[in-house]
Design a protein around this ligand. Structure first.
Ligand code: CA
Ligand code: CA
Ligand code: CA
Length: 257
């Protein structure tokens, strides 16, 4: 294939959104479409993953049932179809023990790092600070700069610069709109969870000292159960749990049974 002339390449770069941001916008749009009646225009396949309120990942192959039921079945230890407070606490305590590798009754920075890289790496892969989010922020700044340059030129060149500036400004606006949708969309673990914590382990660090103590963990667990027990009867059924954003998307697109 012959090399693309520099001018053409630059024009393409100015007039096309970064591919990653387009993918991101598509995922956001599909998440929004998940509640609509007609099928989506194309299929993205996010991981068939459920992240428990405490942050434990449950995975299944695409096409298999969404694994929220796997989590619920092991939390509901007496198998009566009701997740009681004590069962929820025991589940959270068990996961705390898995994360507290050195057994000092706290999850420290290294243990959080292990959680985010080995136990549930999807959280970082789908977070706002890496990958798609960071690329989107950079692209917006480049677009704004292009608009300014167009206005600075005079004569016919100035006209062309102005048109290019307007095009760049429109791209900037599209990038800004995509970023706005992205910022409003759930991120990290929240995509796979019935609660909205992007990182449920860090979220339990109430005093922000980079250590999640057992006390902080139990306080977070109490809050989480309250949030799930929407009718306040100290019991939560599987049907009482809202669908996660990715669960809605997978079920809607037929990628989850
Ligand atoms: Ca039970
Ligand atoms: Ca520890
Ligand atoms: Ca703490």
């Amino acid at each position: 294939m012959p090399p693309i002339p520099t001018a053409v390449r630059q024009r393409r770069e100015r007039t096309s959104l970064p591919a990653a941001l387009v993918k991101l916008a598509a995922l956001t749009a599909l998440l929004a479409l998940a509640g609509c009646a007609s099928p989506p225009p194309n299929r993205l396949s996010p991981p068939n993953l459920f992240i428990s309120p405490s942050g434990a990942p449950y995975r299944a192959l695409n096409g298999q049932a969404y694994p929220v039921a796997d989590w619920f079945a092991q939390v509901d230890r007496d198998h009566d179809g009701a997740m009681r407070r004590a069962e929820f606490d025991a589940d959270a305590d068990g996961f705390f023990g898995e994360l507290d590798q050195n057994g000092d009754d706290a999850i420290d920075g290294a243990e959080v790092h292990r959680y985010e890289t080995l136990v549930a790496p999807e959280i970082v892969a789908f977070s706002s600070k890496t990958g798609l989010g960071a690329m989107g922020a950079g692209s917006g700044k480049r677009g704004a700069g292009g608009g300014k340059g167009g206005k600075a030129r005079g004569g016919r060149g100035g006209m062309r610069g102005q048109v290019q500036g307007q095009a760049a400004s429109q791209i900037s606006q599209k990038v800004a709109q995509a970023q706005k949708r992205y910022m409003a969309a759930p991120k990290g673990a929240a995509l796979f969870s019935v609660l909205g914590d992007p990182e449920p382990v860090r979220a339990a660090d109430a005093n922000l000292d980079w250590r999640v103590t057992r006390e902080e963990w139990r306080a977070a667990t109490r809050v989480r159960f309250k949030l799930l027990d929407t009718n306040g009867d100290a019991s939560v059924s599987l049907g009482e749990l809202p669908a996660t954003p990715v669960q809605r998307l997978l079920e809607y697109s037929g990628a989850s049974g």
